[in-house]
Ligand binder design. Sequence first.
Ligand code: 1GP
Length: 258
Amino acid sequence: MQSTKIDSALKSAKRTGKKQFAVLIDPDKVNLKKIRQLTDLAVRSQVDYFFIGGSLVVNNSTDSCIEAIQKYCDIPTVLFPGHPVQLSFQADAILFLSLISGRNPDLLIGQHVIAAPLLKKSSLEVLPTGYILIDGGAPTSVTYMSNTTPIPYNKPGIAVCTALAGEMLGLQLIYMDAGSGASRPIAPSMIREVSKSLSIPLIVGGGIRCGEDAYKAVAAGAEVIVVGNAIEKDPILLQEISKAIHSYGTSDVLPYVS
Ligand code: 1GP
């Protein structure tokens, strides 16, 4: 029986206004010798999820990366795969991504057909997710690898219609992503418009580099913030970003709250 634990936690976050933080780990880049330090920091900072994956993973290290995380903590591991070859049955869940901002049939349904029978036999929790790429100011690996055009930065209307269509198609989550290493995060005004139109949880990532960026995204309506690159470069940032996200709606006074 597949669990629905993460789906329930995300829906409850949407209902109650709770904000969550996912640290994105690229299995190619993580230093397994330092994973203990990262998981300790994540536990202390109350990180909610580890997302695992990347647009292009060249080493066969996804399983060992997840095993190492699970050895030291109980933070759920969620696959964020760029391709079915990145499937790992060690993880707790998978973002079953349909790239609904693109018109590449392989990423809308093709690869899902290949992965579905494997997922059916696994114990992974499957999270049907509408994945929406937004122009983050620079070409990113994901736009190149997916062969799709991101939604322009200043066209919130297109993002709203795309997200709505995803929800109407029965997807359970929307993930708006400026792509890893984007030069600017998604505009809070776009997040606000999309969040207002949805009754399913909204995940936002790409180009978030500090607590202030993360806070602005949750204040605009995102339920989950994903950060990868900035934490790869400076793991200590994890504390600042987590604090900012979890401070939303509490009485903690933060310097950048207007
Ligand atoms: C990318 O949303 C994630 O798919 C995270 O992006 O690596 O820029 O934080 P960054």
